[in-house]
Design a protein around this ligand. Structure first.
Ligand code: ADP
Length: 471
């Protein structure tokens, strides 16, 4: 089934609400009008009937209307009130008098009907082929104490005409109003949805190669503007991720190209120049170093890629960080000593954290490995593990070559290495600190660095302490 367009839906909803309101209001107005007109008519009729009584003179079967014919107001009123009237003897049901209009149509009650009318409601409708009247029935007393039925009427014609004219207007007005509502609704919905169409056509232009494009913000601050800016924020993040991916790919190619060129060059030289077994052995030994560097880099890249893809699940166990620091320092002590460095570890008691022992060990190894790499012979490296305010601290301090202020903000980026010529060691991949940062983040901690070129560096890791009850 074809989906109904939002514009059509909105128009239909609008037309339905408008139609219901219009019909409801029309019906209410019609009823109110009819009620009011009926009430006015009843009041007028009562006034006429009550007043007419005072002008009637009934003596025996003789009925007379006595009024001042010289008073035009009085004459007019009596003529108006007496236009439709008839008087019957209540006892016998005999017709005593009636107006010319009633006489003209030859309308007359029988004796039984007179009794019925007397017992019936005071106000009633009287309908003949020629006339439609609202009548008021009053039981009056004559001078000779006889009871008579006085029936005074008023024509319902003007009332019926007005009400039916109103109904006709309503019957026309409702469909016309509905057509107007549909047109207006269609136009208003189109206008309201126009910015959305602009947004969707702008969104359609955004492709992987055009991630720099953004949705237009109209500056009205309305829901659509909010939607567009939320979408733009998503695009910002996507664009950034895409840039990082591109950078990563180009970095990988760059990083792989150098050792591969070296390997290829060495192989070519060996093929063209080496003649003895010793020559070949030297080339192979040199290539082995390159292979080791390559496989180390690929290992680290794989770890990082798996880590970022969320494929690595960390354990959550109590790890004694102070013991771990001591063990890692002991492991690397011979390497440091070999380079003429002193490596000392210290802690202010037992420091426990919750985390993955293997990954925390790798974090310490990477930090210490860097300290050893970037500290010249005769230097000092200190690993301090301490705790305060529910935080565990790891501080790896060296008095090595330090890091320039330009390089400092970038050292945690993947593949970033500050001018490798500063160090005699060339085996760095620029991935070690990225991994440290990922491990620290996974343990809900943070890592920071302070360094001055020529004076050394301090890497500081803060991790939440394990709660007392789990240690
Ligand atoms: P690498 O494999 O090159 O050590 P890292 O990501 O571990 O990669 O470090 C990135 C860069 O940060 C290094 O190349 C180096 O320039 C700088 N760096 C890291 N640790 C130290 C340190 N202790 N002293 C001086 N420079 C450091």
């Amino acid at each position: 089934m074809k989906p109904v367009k939002l514009r059509t839906k909105l128009t239909l909803i609008y037309a339905l609400i408008f139609g219901l309101l219009l019909t409801g209001t029309g019906a209410w107005f019609y009823n109110l009008f009819a009620y009011q007109i009926d009430k006015d008519l009843e009041e007028e009729l009562s006034e006429r009937a009550i007043a007419l009584r005072n002008y009637l003179y009934i003596n025996g079967d003789r009925v007379e209307l006595i009024y001042n014919t010289n008073d035009p107001d009085e004459a007019y009123f009596v003529n108006l009130a007496a236009r439709y009237y008839q008087i019957y003897d209540a006892e016998s049901g005999k017709l005593l008098a009636r107006s010319r209009e009633i006489e003209a149509i030859g309308f007359q009650y029988s004796a039984d009907e007179v009794k019925e009318v007397i017992q019936g409601p005071r106000l009633a409708a009287l309908k003949t082929d020629q006339l439609s009247l609202l009548v008021r029935n009053d039981l009056i007393e004559t001078i000779d104490r006889r009871k008579c039925l006085l029936q005074v009427g008023v024509s319902l014609e003007p009332r019926n005409n007005a009400v039916s004219r109103l109904l006709q207007v309503g019957i026309w007005l409702i469909p016309v109003g509905l057509i107007l509502a549909i047109s207006l609704g269609w136009w208003a919905a189109g206008r309201a949805l126009h910015p959305m169409l602009v947004l969707s056509s702008a969104a359609r232009e955004i492709t992987v190669s055009r991630l720099d494009k953004r949705l237009p913000i109209r500056g009205t601050g309305d829901e659509l503007d909010q939607l567009a800016s939320a979408f733009n924020e998503v695009l910002d993040r996507l664009d950034k991720a895409m840039q990082q991916m591109k950078e990563f790919t180009s970095n990988i190619s760059h990083e792989l190209r150098t050792p591969l060129t070296v390997l290829r060059g060495e192989a070519e030289v060996a093929l063209s120049k080496a003649s003895t077994e010793k020559d070949y052995r030297r080339v192979l030994e040199s290539q082995l170093e390159e292979f080791e560097k390559l496989s180390r880099m690929i290992d680290q890249m794989l770890i990082l890629a798996r880590a970022e893809a969320g494929q690595i699940k960390l354990m959550r166990e109590v790890v004694c960080l102070s013991d771990l620091g001591k063990i890692v320092a002991e492991q690397l002590e011979p390497v440091a000593a070999n380079k003429g460095l002193s490596l000392v570890s210290s802690s202010n008691g037992k420091v426990d954290v919750i985390g993955d022992r293997g990954w925390l060990e790798r974090m310490l190894l990477n930090l210490l490995d860097n300290a050893i790499k970037f500290t010249p012979a005769g230097g000092h490296i200190n690993v301090t593990i301490a705790s305060s305010n529910n935080q565990a601290f790891v501080e790896v301090r060296d008095d090595g070559i330090g890091i320039s202020s330009e390089a400092l903000p970038h050292i945690f980026e993947r593949f970033y290495r500050e001018d490798p010529s500063r160090s005699s060691e060339l085996e760095g991949t620029g991935l070690g600190l990225s991994l440290v940062q990922w491990i620290v983040q996974q343990h809900h901690g943070r890592v920071s660095v302070a360094s001055k070129p020529g004076q050394g560096s301090v890497f500081r890791v803060e991790l939440p302490l394990a709660p007392d009850d789990v240690c």
